[in-house]
Design a protein around this ligand. Structure first.
Ligand code: DC
Length: 233
């Protein structure tokens, strides 16, 4: 008998390791994985590269006018075993992690028309279930009926150190204080925007991973998922 497929929503603060855990879980279950932060980052990169961000302002109207020209897709790279993001046909997996994208992504992701387009695409990607998706509003807005909802949190210093290590591994220069300030600022903006703000769904399970290794977390969430898939709840 084929196994029941579920939808797994992983939300939480910036740099809590949401994508690491969602990607690993998807791989264990042979599910698809979607990094929705990468989608908002790709739109931000488009805005930066197309003169829609000048000095300290985002040209919101201009961005809305150009939304139809922004094509985002994911391609699985068999070498890295990672689903990489393409913006208008170009692989931007590394470019979207740059600090200027970090600085602007919360502004861009506040724009209602941008969210509407991204949410529609995310719902389309997950319509067959068998998916793990991470972001800020997956359990609340994108898949409010997801069978498994995880809400991740961790100490800000630990989160900043993890993001710094990720940036260093990609040879992107950054400083601890700058990274920490950026992620706290993004949390603040993500929690206080009017369009689907970051918040824990009432039925989400909170995991504080300050003192957990990726392996320990994976075991926890895999068990939760298997209980649901096998009807043990
Ligand atoms: O997960 P991340 O740090 O790569 O996400 C980058 C930004 O994108 C984050 O600061 C807020 C925004 N985002 C969002 O608004 N909704 C999502 N579902 C995912 C990300």
């Amino acid at each position: 008998m084929p196994r029941r497929k579920i939808t797994i929503a992983v939300d939480g603060y910036s740099s809590c390791g949401k994508s690491t855990i969602a990607r690993a879980l998807a791989s264990r279950l042979s599910y698809n994985y979607v990094d929705t932060g990468a989608m908002y980052r790709a739109v931000t990169l488009y805005a930066l590269n197309n003169g829609l961000i000048n000095g300290r302002t985002l040209d919101e109207e201009g961005l809305i006018d150009e939304l139809d020209a922004i094509h985002i897709e994911f391609h699985f790279n068999p070498e890295t075993k990672v689903s990489e993001i393409l913006l208008n046909g170009e692989n931007v997996e590394n470019d979207i992690r740059q600090m200027d994208v970090n600085d602007w992504v919360s502004q861009v992701s506040k724009v209602a028309a941008v969210r509407k387009k991204m949410v529609k695409m995310q719902q389309e990607l997950g319509k067959g279930k068998g998916i793990a998706m991470d972001g800020r509003d997956i359990g609340t807005t994108v898949f409010p009926d997801a069978e498994l909802k995880i809400f991740m949190t961790a100490d800000p210093d630990v989160r900043a150190l993890r993001r710094l290590a990720e940036l260093e591994s990609k040879q992107i220069p950054a400083h601890f204080e700058q990274v920490k300030e950026n992620l706290l600022q993004r949390d603040h903006e993500d929690m206080n925007r009017s369009e689907s703000p970051l918040r824990k769904a009432a039925d989400a399970i909170t995991i504080d991973n300050t003192h957990l290794s990726p392996d320990e977390q994976l075991k926890m969430v895999e068990q939760l998922a298997l209980n649901l898939i096998e009807g043990r709840k």
